[in-house]
Write a protein that binds this ligand. Sequence first.
Ligand code: DSN
Length: 458
Amino acid sequence: MSTIDPVFTLINQEETRQREGLELIPSENYVSKNVLRAAGSVLTNKYSEGYPSFEGIEGDSKSFWSEEKIAAEKLGNFRYYGGQDNVDKIERLAISRACRLFHADHANVQPHSGANANEAVYWAWCRPGDTILAMSLPAGGHLTHGSPVTRSAHIYNFVGYGVDETGDIDYKELERIAITEQPKIILVGYSAFMKIPDFDRVARIAKKIPGCLLMADMAHVAGLIAGGVHPNPLDHGFHVMTTTTHKTLRGPRGGLILSKGNVASPLKKPEHTLENIPILIDRAVFPGTQGGPLEHIIAAKAVAFGEALEPEFKIYAKNIVKNAKTLATELKSLGFTLQGDGTENHLILIDIKKSFGFDGKFFERALDRVGLNLNANSLPTDKGAAFRPSGVRLGTPAVTTRGLGETEMKQIAKWMRRVADICAGVGVEERLDDATEELEGIRKEVKLLASKYPVPVL
Ligand code: DSN
């Protein structure tokens, strides 16, 4: 008698969850069939520690080297295993497409995640004890930007800047701390921030600090940058940009590092200069912080970058922002208090405590029951435990991929208000079962709408 491995039963259940619900977590998305195909390919069988070489390239920028040539030509490599012909070409395509997409001189496509990408950049430019200036976690920064629970925070001296009363970066504070602390890196980039950073202003501040690397962690907005609806820090004097590839960029789960500067073999240790940051980064990723690259994921990244280079991706990026603005306006009109009073990108942060008196986790769990998924999130003013924050964070990249538009954004806001009223009515999470019938009614409405906008691969 054959039995089905429960792993596959659970994958089937996850497919149903994704199909029947609406994904509002701003860092999630739905990949295309081709991205999924590459990620699930036989490339997972291959070891390829090291890098493909670009030697033999003509012209001064790899980014314009033709894809046909990359796919056809046999070049050298700096690998530690044989059998590299195909993975070398695939990785070169990923690098070349990433450079074109983000106007970079160099791309390292090997980081397994955004956290790994950030750690590699720190290691490329800093040594233990060096100072890094980044936005603090409660203000909207990311764990890997210096939270005391991370390894990096034990190696480097992180100092934090915050936001002002409008929810924007406190640029004056940033400048004051930068001048006092003389950081080796100034880091701009956030996981709960709804404004567009003034990259030029930060670049002017960094110019006052000798040897300061300007780094942008654009994980949340990389797809908006690729789609031309958000400024690109590399066009505004930044040396390095890190990102994940699975958020607005709509690729497989993974990381990416883009940089400006000299590109050369990573085998020879270069001089420690800002111009050599691409080579220093290659050495910091492998062998500095990672082993064998995930070539199946690199192939899926290449596919996703190719998709993001298509004209339709620009429309997609524009629609993400349009949907987010509509959703924010509707939420406000229904009594929700928004951090920053709205949004300029794909992300909305609601002060749910101020709006209705209960915390973000309670609201997240109640919304889970109706098939609307978002996440509880700390606010800059939060002092309590991170597990019971005052806010929730939501966004529109995934629902925009499914084709939902402004009418549906207004409907989502209305469902959220109905669920907020249910939460206020029952008072505590433990009593949500008292409202099962009402919640089930909303869940059916969500499921009906979701059925009209299929998930791309389901
Ligand atoms: N966990 C990601 C997010 O949700 O923003 C950041 O890495």
